[in-house]
Design a protein. Structure first.
Lengths: 260, 222
């Protein structure tokens, strides 16, 4: 790569600064010996510090990776909780909730594992990696809360459920994004309830979703969360689907009633 | 369902966005101060080495302005909000690190250390994944700044020749390759640091081409 052209006499353009050859690093090259010596010391220093930076970056990347993995596992298990909860229209509710309680315990173990990497300022540092799992979890226990108590889970209840696992912070964004996923699941439950002809359940679902829609649209303009806009659209379509289903059910039922 | 939940959320978001506005204003000021320093320092490209050094030595007031801006921004940032909002000022800090690195190289012919950055910005560089309890420059921001230094160096190599200094590109090349070998020690992931790291080799190559031109014509001693 580098041609060694020793041939021509170097045109010395060193002009006036040859006087201060003493100031070591900034010098415009004297011959050979300082060149062999000074830069190598500088290089050694650079290599030593960058070795330290590598360790720092490695630790940071490893930590981020661990959070991502945990978050993904939490998502998977939370989804299982949701599926189990939706069987509540098939199986006796008490048995369903008991099974979910066991799953919930396992999720909390995962949270405890993840919490180790989310202490102090790391909670915010790795929030982007942790939040998908947390949101899915909020969705799962939110659905549970709705099915068991017909209530919207509060942020405080989310935090209390996580307290044992040393997760210290649930941000407003985490919470909001978690609960705004609820209508999709409530819609599924509602369709099942319609199949069973359970009017009370269907009415509860509709009321819940409408209130959630109103609430989310209140917050929507106040916060600059991009994901929420998308979720609000999904929320609307879930609500429309549910209304449509309830409408069909009502039409069919009045048809049955007519001849009588 | 308690509609109050959403009213409360809205209030908190409103409060927060008010705070953000103040910070955004200060981050913008900081950005401006960094650009002023960059413009000032950029004059060094058109000057011979000794005059360029004077430019770098005289850059102090511009860095003082940056430090003041960092201070006023830092006053608004709490440890809790630091990582949530760091996107607001990360570009400015990267530029600041780049300018510090360039100034230190022009003035002293060496690599700016995290201590240099701390001295000029008034806040520490987080070189060891420390828990953030006060405003800090992240290691990534510092490294981004150093990567920006490569494009300054390759410009400087070209411009040294323009102002008639055919020896200097060799020193620039030596420094750039030393710094590059430092970067080659890092195990980077697929992020912005990695993408910019990949561009270093082109800058190094540019400097080598200058050396090649000079040597093949016998203009510079090996």
């Amino acid at each position: 790569m580098e041609p060694e052209t020793e041939a021509a006499t170097p045109c010395k353009r060193r002009t006036e600064d040859s006087g201060d050859g003493g100031s070591a690093p900034a010098k415009p090259r004297l011959e050979s010996d300082p060149a062999a010596d000074a830069p190598s010391a500088r290089k050694q220093a650079i290599l030593a510090t960058f070795g330290g930076y590598r360790d720092t970056l490695d630790a940071h990347y490893d930590q981020r990776e661990r959070v991502i993995k945990c978050s993904r596992d939490i998502t998977a298990l939370s989804k299982k909780m949701i599926f189990a909860l939706l069987r509540v229209t098939q199986d006796p509710p008490e048995r369903v909730f008991q099974g979910v309680r066991a799953q919930h315990k396992k999720v909390l173990e995962l949270f405890a594992k993840m919490a180790a990497d989310l202490q102090g300022s790391d909670a915010a540092k790795y929030n982007r990696q942790a939040t998908p799992g947390l949101q899915e979890y909020i969705e799962a226990i939110g659905l549970w809360r709705f099915l068991e108590h017909n209530q919207l889970i509060t942020k405080q209840q989310v935090e209390e459920s996580l307290a044992a696992s040393r997760i210290t912070t649930v941000t407003d964004e985490d919470y909001l994004l978690g609960i705004s996923d609820l209508p999709g699941e409530v819609n599924r439950y509602c369709i099942n309830a319609i199949g069973k002809g359970d009017h009370d359940a269907v009415r509860n679902c509709l009321a819940f979703m409408r209130q959630l829609k109103d609430g989310v649209s209140v917050v929507l303009c106040a916060c600059g969360i991009r994901d929420l806009v998308k979720k609000a659209e999904v929320l609307d379509s879930s609500l429309v689907k549910t209304e449509q289903a309830y409408y069909s059910m009502s039409v069919r039922e009045s048809e049955f009633r007519q001849p009588a | 369902m308690d509609h109050q939940i959403f009213i409360d959320l809205q209030d908190r978001f409103d409060q927060e966005s008010e705070q953000f506005e103040g910070m955004k204003g200060r981050a913008k000021e900081l950005d401006r101060a960094c650009r002023v320093a960059a413009a000032q320092l950029s004059k060094a490209h058109a000057l011979p080495q000794d005059k360029a050094k004077e430019v770098a030595d005289g850059i102090g007031p511009q860095f003082d302005a940056i430090r003041e801006n960092v201070g006023s921004l830092a006053a608004l940032v709490t440890p809790a909000s630091f990582y949530r909002l760091s996107g607001m000022w990360t570009n400015a800090l990267q530029t600041a690190c780049a300018q510090i690195a360039f100034a230190v190289y022009l003035a002293e012919g060496r690599l700016a250390t995290p201590e240099d950055v701390e001295r000029r910005l008034g806040c520490k560089v987080n070189t060891s994944n420390e828990d953030v309890t006060e405003f800090m420059v992240s290691l990534e921001e510092y490294l981004h700044g150093l990567i920006s230094l490569f494009s300054e160096l390759s410009r400087l190599a070209v411009n040294s020749v323009i102002v008639g200094d055919v020896q200097r590109p060799q020193e620039i090349s030596a420094f750039a390759s030393e710094l590059y070998s430092g970067f080659q020690l890092l195990n980077l992931k697929n992020d912005s640091l990695r993408r910019r790291f990949d561009s270093i080799k082109y800058e190094v190559k540019k400097i080598e081409e200058v050396l090649y031109d000079l040597r093949v014509r016998g203009l510079a001693t090996a």
